[in-house]
Design a protein around this ligand. Sequence first.
Ligand code: KIV
Length: 274
Amino acid sequence: MSSSFSFRNVQKVTTHVLQEMKLKGEKIAMLTAYDYSFARILENTGIDVILVGDSASNVMAGYTSTLPITLNEMIYHASSVVRAVKRALVVVDLPFGTYQGNSKEALVSAIRIMKESGADAVKMEGGREVVESVDRILTAGIPVMGHLGLTPQSIHKFGTYVVRATTDEEAGKLLEDAHLLAKSGCFAIVLEKIPAKLGEQVARAVKIPIIGIGAGKNVDGQVLVLHDMLGITQEFSPRFLRRYHNLSEEVTGAINTYIHDVKSLDFPNEREQY
Ligand code: KIV
């Protein structure tokens, strides 16, 4: 690569590009999107990775967890995003209940996502318990991103969204799981809500990119839920969330002005009618 090379100039972000970014020390920027309009805005910024997260269950559908969203709904969100995107790598969450049963079911679900949405890769939560599914999905040529630490699909097992892997035993298990996922061929791993020191340790120990959400700064990239970082959602305020905007307030202001204009006969005016 020449000295003027910039990853921002690559025509298509692939899993190989992400690996190169890790090797060169360029941080990976990833955000969620669930619809065409926001995906188009993200694509135009040159973001590296767009995650069609099952957080759509919370922020788009209003459920209190990620469990209810279905495979068909994820495919609907993913295909809307894919229609807006050429350059960014589009990764889609396998929703709860579509891969935990057995690896054949996991493969069928992953194939449906790839075939029906046109996405580039799938993501699944878990370590050793999903390695067989990761292996099988990879044999079909589908890239897989792992997800360790706080895994929201297991909320009923843990009962709380507190920081994960705070004991030596849990930290050791997480590190082992990261090695297992990397060895089985995952192209990257999301680490959610774990101590920053452990995030750094995992990023140093495994060769694939580690993308953090509440895993500190010494990992290979960061991901946030778009609606949280834009301030569309208001009620969710974990320490790791930096709000870059207060869109909820701005939209409320615009809508209140519209209501006022309609009721006061200010809208539409002469120039806004035929
Ligand atoms: O569903 C999602 O948005 C995610 C991110 C929080 C990583 O999995």
